[in-house]
Design a protein around this ligand. Structure first.
Ligand code: ATP
Length: 469
């Protein structure tokens, strides 16, 4: 939860963001290119488009569903699999509304809402100041707090006693399960609980494609530490998380860590730093890394009457841990990876669009392409495909010319294409083509899996920023 309850004023930051002072601002056309590519190639569609869609709501198409899963897996790998001090959970989206009372969301998870009296548009006052961006009028209503939680009813009767909320963050699931997890897994701080899942916020002004939507996916870690170690762990997680974005291909120049000013801090935070990305419209948050102190555990202890503390039976030591929270958005981050990877160059005198995605993020790792549609090649190509499918996400494509098929795979970011040709029938070899260099190598079918594994595991170099389209 990053909503500030005080008089935080983001206007200057927004102005800075959108002005020319952002040195890494990408070309405005880039945004349109990405949105267009997402629709054309099946990454992201407007939701329920046949009914005219619904504002700022999107459906992830075949390639988007694959890539979003890969983004989440990349996070899961780094945050759960590669660590020995983090365990996962998967908590309910609908939970006891007392959770949101204790967490402060019912009282303070609000944005200041203003109406333009002239054109009737609604805005977040902290984003626009005193002028309507639509019609330029200064005749705005006073700001009133608007709670961002979606309300619903549990069971058949729509009455106050049955009110429930769609979770606006996954974090509270970790706090309310703190003791269950710690005891069942025999943990001692420092340790973390990780979770991925849908969150819902009734944003006043969603927009910029999947950057701000009302339904989105989060990847959050609550890392419980002895209070005296909170500062050190906050720094640790800031570095760790920046490195994660670098590791999966975001260029140094497009990343920065921005520390919040005191008046911008959320009510629970003793310090927050945002990992920001240079979006085509300016710097925008990918992830907030907050020192949430003992605010949440103490609030839930007070409201539930349960003790939410660490207790060491041997030493008699007892305390409420502090929490360091790296909270990232999977959908927003997927968009950043797409923007960071998008490139255009020239191959054989022809312009091509290429997504230079990290192999672990690309929707498909391998495309199998029989050189011709002739029946003679299909059985071998299908056999190669079914072997590769045991190891990698693959696509099979036997339509159009081979050149066009390579272009399509380049544009959706497939790192390697395997071409089965007529010689393959005799020499048992296929051609492996690299997306980034377009180099081709003959490889025996017997060694194909290990060759491809080795190629995909090579150190990844992101697209240099100087060649930005
Ligand atoms: P903002 O200031 O942009 O509203 P926030 O500071 O409220 O965001 P957090 O509560 O820290 O965001 O949420 C953690 C992460 O979840 C964000 O960094 C972002 O990646 C993602 N996120 C938050 N709100 C949205 C949204 N409406 N659409 C998509 N992703 C979101």
């Amino acid at each position: 939860m990053g909503k500030a309850t005080g008089a935080a004023n983001y206007r200057e930051e927004m102005a800075e963001n959108t002005s020319e002072t952002n040195p890494h601002k990408r070309s405005p056309e880039l945004f349109d290119q990405i949105v267009n590519l997402c629709k054309r190639r099946g990454f992201v569609f407007p939701s329920a488009e046949i009914y005219g869609g619904i504002r700022s709501t999107y459906d992830y198409g075949p390639l988007g569903a694959l890539m979003l899963r890969n983004v989440k897996n990349a996070w899961w790998r780094a945050m759960v699999q590669e660590r020995d001090d983090v365990v996962p959970i998967d908590a309910a989206i609908l939970t006891n509304p007392k959770v949101w009372e204790a967490s402060g969301h019912l009282a303070t998870f609000t944005d200041p809402l203003v109406d333009c009296r002239k054109c009737k548009e609604r805005w977040r006052q902290d984003q626009i100041g005193d002028t309507c961006p639509n019609c330029g009028s200064k005749d705005l209503t006073d700001a009133r707090p608007f709670n961002l939680m979606f309300k619903t009813f549990v069971g058949p009767v729509e009455e106050e006693a049955n009110v429930a909320y769609l979770r606006p963050e996954t974090a509270q699931g970790m706090f309310v399960n703190f003791v269950n997890v710690m005891q069942s897994m025999r943990l001692k701080p420092p340790f973390g609980i990780a979770q991925q899942g849908r969150s819902f916020r009734n944003e006043i002004t969603p927009g910029n494609f999947v950057f701000r939507t009302r339904e989105f996916e989060q990847m959050e870690l609550e890392f419980f530490v002895p209070p005296a170690e909170a500062g050190t762990w906050h720094e640790f997680w800031c570095n760790e998380r920046l490195n994660w974005y670098r590791r999966f291909g975001i260029q140094e120049e497009l990343l920065r860590l921005r520390h919040h000013e005191a008046e911008e801090l959320s009510h629970y935070s003793a310090g927050t730093a945002d990992v920001e990305f240079a979006f085509p419209w300016g710097w925008g948050e990918l992830e907030g890394i907050a020192n949430r102190t003992d605010f949440d555990l103490k609030a839930h202890a007070a409201h539930s009457g349960e003790r939410l503390e660490y207790f060491d039976q041997a030493t008699g030591e007892r305390y409420t841990p502090y929490v360091i929270e790296p909270a990232a958005g999977a959908t927003r981050t997927m968009m950043a990876f797409l923007i960071a990877a998008y490139d255009e160059d020239e191959v054989g005198g022809e312009r091509r669009s290429v997504l230079r995605l990290h192999p672990q993020l690309a929707p498909y790792q391998v495309a199998v392409l029989p050189l011709s549609k002739k029946e003679t090649l299909a059985p071998l190509a299908r056999e190669v495909l079914s072997n590769l499918k045991m190891h990698f996400m693959c696509e099979y494509d036997d339509t159009q010319s081979i050149g066009r098929r390579y272009r399509r795979q380049d544009e959706i970011g497939t790192p390697l294409c395997v071409t089965v040709d007529f010689d393959s029938l005799d020499d048992g070899c296929v051609t492996v083509r690299d997306r980034d260099t377009t180099e081709q190598r003959r490889v025996t079918i017997a060694e194909l899996v290990s060759e491809i594994s080795a190629q995909l595991a090579r150190p990844f170099t992101p697209r240099p920023i100087t060649t930005a389209p």
